[in-house]
Design a protein around this ligand. Structure first.
Ligand code: CDP
Length: 220
């Protein structure tokens, strides 16, 4: 496989996108970009600067100066916001919610899409998110749309939380996922939606290896 493809993986929270994309990138020697981390980092930036999401002028200034770097590391990419490693902080519950709230704002999306297109312009990249196949790279070489039933997704997130010794019930996680799916799917700009030419994958009953192999076979 000499041609360096752009591979888009979209879908709702905890549907298996990032785990699959990460492993697939390792297999193909591609760059993996988790675009959700970029929205999360922007959300954290507004919090650190004590900024209201309604203050468009302040948001504009923030976006003009923001630096988000994604660096490859063996055990998962590290995310730097304005030079500081925020990889763990952006996964906390307050930022998860705020990232979905900031993701409805046009100027934020325009900035993130611009950065994402720059990263992906030479190909050899796997990007996961909500709008990669529909908006960021509508001409991507491959598009996948991952889904899984909400109970399975909640259980996955609960297991991850448990590994980090976080105390949260499956019910609470399920509620958060449903809220976020709705917020992401019903927003006006770039809603979470399957591109017409994306290949759907229901991962509810699939193992991670099966998910990776499924996509790998399609690309081969
Ligand atoms: O990891 P998880 O699937 O829970 O979420 P994420 O991919 O880190 O994305 C966090 C939030 O960022 C989502 O709920 C979306 O609101 C937003 N997002 C987006 O709008 N567009 C993207 N391409 C990626 C994420």
């Amino acid at each position: 496989m000499n041609k360096k493809f752009v591979i888009a993986i979209d879908g709702p929270a905890a549907s298996g996108k990032s785990t699959t994309a990460k492993q697939l990138a390792g297999k193909l020697k591609y760059i993996y970009i988790d675009t959700g981390a970029m929205y999360r980092a922007s959300a954290l930036c507004t919090l650190l600067q004590n900024m209201s999401l309604n203050d468009e002028a302040a948001l504009n200034n923030m976006l003009n100066e923001i630096s988000i770097k994604i660096e490859y590391a063996k055990d998962g990419n590290r995310i730097y916001l304005n030079g500081k490693d925020v990889s763990e902080r952006i996964r906390e519950a307050d930022i998860t919610k705020l990232s979905s709230q900031i993701a409805v704002i046009r100027i934020v999306r325009e900035k993130m899409v611009e950065l994402q297109r720059k990263i992906g312009e030479d190909g050899g990249v796997i990007m996961d998110g909500r709008d990669i196949g529909t908006v960021v790279f509508p001409n991507a070489d491959f598009k996948f749309f991952m889904i899984a039933d909400v109970k399975t997704r909640a259980l996955r997130r609960w297991k991850e939380a448990k590994e980090k010794s976080e105390i949260i019930s499956i019910g609470e996680i399920e509620k958060e996922l449903i809220w976020r799916d709705e917020n992401d799917s019903n927003r006006e700009i770039s809603p979470l939606k399957q591109a017409d030419d994306a290949i759907p994958i229901d991962t509810s009953k699939m193992s991670i290896d099966e998910q990776v192999q499924f996509i790998y076979n399609k690309i081969k």
